[in-house]
Ligand binder design. Sequence first.
Ligand code: UD1
Ligand code: UDP
Length: 353
Amino acid sequence: MISIVLGTRPEIIKFSPVIRELEKKGIDFSIIHTGQHYSKEMDEVFFCELGLPEPKHNLRVGSAPHSVQIGNMLLRLDKVLKKEAPDLVMVLGDTNSTLAGALAASNLRIPVAYVESGLRSFDMDMQEERNRLLVTQCADLHFAPTETSKRNLLAEGVPEKNISVVGNTIVDACLQNLKLTEEKYRKELGGFVLMTAHRAENVDNRKRFSEIINGVNSIGARIVYPIHPRARKMLEKFKLDPGKIKLVEPMGYLEFLYHLSRARFVITDSGGVVEEATCLKIPSVCVRDSTDRPEAVEAGLCVMAGADSSAIKRYGKRISEDETFRDGMKSGENPYGDGKAARRVVDALQSRL
Ligand code: UD1
Ligand code: UDP
């Protein structure tokens, strides 16, 4: 039996194709939700839309400083994993839930399969980078999305026999759901730029958040920003004026994909959104100083602007106004796989169990 430990929006979305594949193959599994994300629009909406089974356990840890949150998860996971006694625990990504799931399993000597293993930003100021490095140490099986991520793992001494390059399950999710979005959302959309920004290093820092907002406003385009609860809280705390940016509630997955697929381009600090945009050949402007998605940048579909208002304006205007530049970006190849990552993960697990 496999236990899947997850806790946040991107983990639910990226695990969804794996869960579908496990169901298709009749493999016994259960979902343990840490409760890191709990608002309906960050959690329940994805289970409903993606037709996922309800978590067997919800640990309801909620929000707290990193160590407290991870500590609470560990306490509760230890109990639940002892009771469930799975043959294997599967985690994905780089969140506090990912780390707690891997560490709790490893402490009980339960094998750990790590999906989306090997991403690195080489920026230890990011909680996510520290989480990834630690999860890598706990994992027995590594599902790397690309050859670059495999190389990162090899450089850290992970044995090659424990690594499979499978692609990123976000491509599976994106392709599987795109058709559904077309059926569900028939309203004409276009002529707008989509924006998401939620990373702690951006929105918890007044200067960086206001640089991003000023840069985005200076592009002179219609901007739609489904705002993450963390970002909304900080925007209010810092009393920042969003200007012409249209703030909307976080969207469900189908609505978000529909918007992304119709956007002129996207401005984002999200890893998952850069991957999806790359898959859909929508140019992205990444508002971060480092990237853990170098493949998207190398493919030409993503440019790095940092939290620098003039760089955001420059790139934004160029993508909007310079057709040759925009078409050049759109001609990049998707490096994140063929949409069969989940099948490869489940095939590998099946032969292991
Ligand atoms: C977490 C991940 C981040 C990931 C993001 C996906 C870590 C360290 N960070 O960041 O890597 O990109 O999820 O979205 O694990 N909040 C709500 N409702 C919720 C969840 C959060 O209102 O359902 C608010 C709370 O005020 C909370 C804040 O958002 O304090 C931050 O939540 P948290 O889970 O700590 O981190 P994220 O910023 O969501
Ligand atoms: N997403 C969504 N609704 C939104 C914003 C994002 O469904 O309003 C999805 C998006 O399609 C992607 C995932 O959330 O699959 C990315 O999660 P997030 O940006 O929260 O985290 P990150 O990928 O940066 O860890």
